[in-house]
Design a protein around this ligand. Structure first.
Ligand code: SAM
Length: 420
């Protein structure tokens, strides 16, 4: 059913994909907060990307839109400041010959078997990062170190990265964090007592599942299409040697909903994996996310929809208003830069959520539309979809009072514009 708010902004249930399988192909690889569902990227490509040759995702996360582009024979470039997301995005879009992959998985299986039989006593170096004993039992630390050593000895880089992605998911599952939460909360003492995960078996099962995903991806992917994943921050510019001016046919992306301190903490989610894999520290990631550093002063953007809500929020809590300012300042700079690399006639599709701060809804869909219009785009449509699958907290604490929650963001907006 389609209900119309205006001819260009409407609710359309066919974009909800309530019962869709979101884990086909390499989409099954690794959890990540607020993932885009593949069906949305797919439908956008079918509707607006028929002739596209190059897709760009300026906040690619774990690469959902890159995978979908490649499945349609479209080349893709993504960027994300979180190194774990980049690793996952790269592995999801890099084809590995199945016989090569199978040889390594067989070797790992054999290794695990021998190890469990006690024939492979391993001298390993357990890492010593901060709080390791708080998050992992000693036995788990040892077994993770055994798996890590095996991975480090893999010569082929693509295979090594494939193993790292399975390892990273294993790290999360065998840690003493409560399941299903994005922020890091420790299990209760009773749960910890009973928790003795079989680290190596879990790793094997991730490898096997991901192998199936890779096989499907390889089978369906159109020949020759590629993805490249970078770590540049679009707030500060887009390197011309990677994406020249007016080179992109279509942008499909889901930007963060707000700053990491008060919305989704990507760095915190990734922290344990990053520590085990020796990737960049969590605090650094969250600081570099949009709005990572609170603005010193309030600001007028010259955009009525935004200025009005900032004024309202500032009337209740000036600090929170400064968080909002910091985020939208970065967000707008990023849109200005993205606008430049899109071809004339090219499409941008931003999947955004309108979060609430201090009970006041921030109309990010409208802000996104207007900032692109300022950059020479015309609005095509905004589709309102329900979020049945997206992994993100449905309730947050908009008042920042812990325990006081509010239902938030059950809908998101697919904002589509064309460059004139
Ligand atoms: C909603 S997630 C994207 C999820 C992605 N569509 C997926 O399916 O996995 C937003 C991403 O933006 C990234 N991010 C935040 N600030 C950024 C910035 N300034 N430049 C690039 N990426 C940024 C975060 O690390 C996060 O991965």
């Amino acid at each position: 059913m389609t209900s119309v708010l205006s001819s260009k902004k409407y609710r359309d249930e066919s974009w909800d994909f309530a019962d869709a399988n979101t884990k086909q192909y390499t989409h099954c690889f690794h959890p990540y907060p607020a993932m885009m569902i593949p069906q949305v990227a797919r439908k956008l490509l079918e509707k607006f990307g028929k002739k596209a040759k190059l897709l760009f995702d300026p906040y690619c996360g774990t690469g959902t839109s890159l995978v979908e582009a490649n499945l349609k024979g479209i080349n893709a470039i993504g960027t994300d400041i979180n190194p774990l997301a980049r690793l996952v995005a790269k592995v999801k879009t890099t084809v590995i010959p199945l016989d090569l992959l199978d040889a390594y998985i067989r070797e790992f299986n054999e290794f695990v078997f021998q190890f469990k039989m006690g024939k492979q006593k391993k001298e390993v170096k357990v890492p010593t990062f901060k709080n390791i004993d708080y998050w992992f039992k000693k036995e788990t630390q040892y077994l993770l170190s055994v798996a890590k050593q095996f991975i480090e000895e893999i010569e082929n880089e693509s295979v090594r990265d494939f193993f790292k992605v399975a390892f990273s998911e294993t790290v999360r599952e065998v840690s003493l964090t409560r399941n299903g939460e994005f922020k890091l909360f420790r299990m209760s003492p009773e749960q910890i007592k009973k928790f003795n995960p079989d680290v190596l078996d879990i790793m094997v099962s991730k490898l096997m599942r991901n192998r199936e995903g890779m096989m499907e991806f390889t089978r369906v992917k159109k020949n020759g299409s590629w993805s490249k994943v970078y770590g540049f921050n679009t707030v500060y510019g887009i390197p011309e040697n990677i994406l020249p001016i007016e080179s992109v046919d279509i942008v499909i992306t889901s930007p963060p909903y707000g700053d990491s301190r008060t919305t989704v903490a990507y760095g915190q989610f990734s922290r344990l994996s990053n520590q085990w894999l020796g990737l960049e520290e969590m605090n650094e990631v969250d600081k570099r996310c949009m709005g990572g550093v609170r603005a010193k002063t309030l600001e007028i953007f010259g955009l009525k929809v935004l200025d009005e809500v900032i004024e309202k929020i500032a009337g209740i809590d000036e600090y929170r208003a400064k968080d909002v300012v910091a985020f939208y300042k970065d967000y707008m700079a990023s849109i200005d830069n993205v606008s430049r690399v899109v071809k004339r006639g090219g499409i941008v599709a931003y999947v955004v959520g309108n979060r609430r701060v201090k009970g006041i809804e921030i109309p990010t869909d409208e802000i996104t539309k207007q900032v692109f219009e300022r950059n020479g785009f015309e609005h095509i449509e905004t589709i309102i979809r329900r979020i049945p699958h997206k992994r993100m907290p449905r309730r947050n604490s908009p008042s920042n009072v812990s325990g006081k929650t509010d239902v938030t963001m059950n809908y998101e907006y697919v904002v589509v514009l064309r460059k004139l």
